[in-house]
Design a binder for this molecule. Structure first.
Ligand SMILES: Cc1cc2nc3c(=O)[nH]c(=O)nc-3n(C[C@H](O)[C@H](O)[C@H](O)COP(=O)(O)OP(=O)(O)OC[C@H]3O[C@@H](n4cnc5c(N)ncnc54)[C@H](O)[C@@H]3O)c2cc1C
Length: 561
């Protein structure tokens, strides 16, 4: 029987008659596939409540979580209270309704908000330390020493009408991007528990019994002697490294070859359930081409915010069993406009010369707006006076802000195809924009500056400033310009029964024994991402899937034999 199975090797679904009769290599109550943020939360929740767990990862574990900014979104927390911030889950819900829309059911979003402070505390109780100092300015990521921030569009006029702005981005304590600290704390706790890890093990199939229930997985396990070499492919291309995409693609293919050549096929039984938490699919070019053709076309000049492990495994396996998907076309596209803050004083226009966004919104909102323009082309029009101001800010914002934001902005200014001209007509010609249209756009903007209100996009008054009478500069912030450093990652994934985290089909029925969590799923951030929402969702969905498995195991134990 097992030999017959091996002939199905590589297929996303392997069928067996009876799990009890099959010769497994290993077994646990629950098999967690993908040991990043969502996976480790699920595994901890399970093991601490008495379940046996095998956690499998294609690489060393950690995934995008360990490279992240370590910001977790929550309301009604002690850290907010310490800073005198008045906020609660209802206020968070009012704000998130505007961002999240109907991508999840209203009651799911409410549960997410209600549980957010508790989930933050849960992270703390598992060793994660969040800093406390509040940053009130507008920023993509708080400067060193600050740990509570307005991490989305909370202060933008259109969002303030419904919800009182509050800082909800809780950043893990440390320097720079602190997702590594967050993951390390969880991992140290997990390493002291009974969770059994199988690293450098690549899940390639779900094993399904005669009743259609998922009863295990088939995986390629690399021998220990190959782990370091395999991990090197992964470590060489951290998500934030610029100009890496072509080489990362070569490494991704080489890793696959090694996995096929040296991986030994293992069958691992899941007595209660399999939780898929394999992250997104930004490193799967076929899937990207299908769901985000514009980004797939320009991926070499952009930065994929993910790891080689964001390979779309969960969606491929789940859909092979008939699962539905949610938000597969939704992408986080990030364009950092500030720091330096003076760059917020310019206006963004597309190739037809039309302004298309509030220039001072959250990076993700701005990036998405750029990606939605024809051919993803956009220009930031500024006065040379403001450019000089931006350069002074870059010099004084501090080393960390310089490395992360200032240097890329200056590189773009110098190497990204910036155009300069004394008047708007010449500038428009140099950019290939219709001069009349650009003049009209600027005239309208100047009128709104005089009236102190941006009727078109509600730009913050602090940045609603005149462009002057020239000379002007146009910075190229298009997707095809590698110096505009536009980042992206995927947001959608497997459709879930939202009360349990069970993977569901389009007709609403669930696939027995199969759960999913994190960016492998269609969940809270699957329409819009703001900083902190994904990690918060990993905790929410990871723990939810685990609790559902625990309930299922309990019911099985109670059922008559
Ligand atoms: C630079 C950066 C900064 C970010 N900052 C923030 C932030 O501050 N706040 C926030 O909320 N979000 C942030 N994000 C987004 C967030 O980090 C991710 O969306 C989130 O960590 C995804 O978690 P996950 O558990 O779903 O997947 P991951 O953490 O990526 O884990 C998935 C794991 O599955 C494994 N895997 C894949 N395929 C297989 C397979 N076939 N078999 C076995 N294992 C497999 C992978 O190796 C990986 O370890 C950031 C992302 C980046 C890249």
């Amino acid at each position: 029987m097992r030999d017959e199975m091996i002939s199905q090797d590589g297929q996303p679904v392997i069928s067996i008659e009876n799990a009890d009769m099959f010769q497994w290599d290993d077994a646990a109550d629950v098999v967690v596939v993908g040991y990043g943020g969502a996976g480790i939360c699920a595994a901890l929740e399970l093991v601490e409540n008495g379940a046996s767990v095998i956690a499998i990862d294609r690489f060393n574990g950690g995934g995008a979580t360990a490279f992240s900014g370590g910001v977790v979104y929550a309301a009604g927390t002690d850290i907010q209270r310490q800073n005198g911030v008045e906020d609660d889950p209802d206020n968070m819900l009012k704000y998130l309704r505007l961002e999240v829309g109907d991508v999840v059911q209203p009651e799911t979003l409410k549960r997410f908000c209600d549980q957010s402070a508790g989930n933050l505390q849960w992270l703390q109780s598992h060793g994660v330390v969040f800093g406390t100092k509040l940053y009130t300015g507008k920023t993509t990521y708080p400067p060193e020493g600050y740990f509570l921030q307005y991490s989305g569009n909370e202060k933008v006029e259109a969002y303030c009408r419904d919800a009182k702005p509050a800082p909800r981005g809780h950043r893990t304590l440390g320097r720079g991007f602190t997702g590594n600290k967050l993951y390390r704390a969880l991992r140290e706790t997990a390493d002291r528990s009974a969770i059994r890890k199988k690293l450098h093990t690549i899940v390639q199939s779900l094993v399904v019994d005669g009743d259609g229930r998922v009863v295990g997985v088939a995986a390629l396990e690399l021998p220990a002697a190959k782990h370091a070499e395999h991990q090197k492919y992964y470590d060489k291309f951290p998500p934030t490294a610029p100009f890496k995409e072509s080489k990362a693609e070569t490494a991704s293919k080489a890793a696959r070859v090694m996995e096929r050549e040296h991986g030994q096929l293992r069958y691992i039984r899941a007595k209660t359930g399999v939780i898929l938490s394999t992250g997104g699919f930004v490193f799967n070019l076929d899937m990207l081409g299908q769901h985000a053709p514009m980004l797939s076309k320009h991926y070499k000049t952009m930065m994929r915010l993910g790891t080689l492990g964001d390979d779309g495994t969960a969606v491929q396996l789940g859909t092979a069993l008939g699962a539905d998907t949610v938000g597969m076309d939704a992408m986080f596209v990030g364009r950092v406009q500030s720091p330096p803050a003076a760059l917020l004083d310019g206006i963004l226009v597309n190739q037809t010369g039309d302004r298309f966004a509030n220039e001072a919104v959250y990076v993700g909102t701005l990036g998405r707006a750029i990606a939605a323009q024809p051919e993803g082309k956009a220009w930031l029009i500024m006065s040379t006076k403001d450019i000089r101001k931006a350069m002074r800010q870059v010099a004084t914002d501090g080393l960390d802000a310089f490395m992360r934001f200032g240097a890329p902005a200056m590189l773009n200014l110098m190497l990204g195809g910036t155009k300069r001209a004394r008047d708007l007509d010449v500038l428009a010609e140099k950019c290939g924009i219709n001069p009349n249209r650009l003049r009209q756009t600027v005239r309208r903007y100047e009128d709104m500056v005089r009236n102190r209100h941006d009727d078109d996009f509600s730009k913050l008054k602090d940045h609603l400033k005149s462009l002057g009478n020239g000379p002007y500069v146009a910075m190229n912030v298009s997707l095809a310009n590698r110096y505009s450093f536009i980042t992206f990652h995927t947001l959608g994934g497997l459709a879930l029964e939202e009360a349990t985290g069970a993977v569901r089909r389009a007709d609403g029925s669930t696939i027995a024994g199969l759960y999913a969590a994190g960016r492998a799923t269609g969940s809270i951030p699957s329409r819009t991402y703001i900083s902190g929402l994904s990690l918060a969702d990993c905790v929410f969905t990871g723990r939810r899937a685990a609790q559902s498995c625990l309930r299922e195991a309990e019911q099985d134990a109670l059922a008559p034999a």
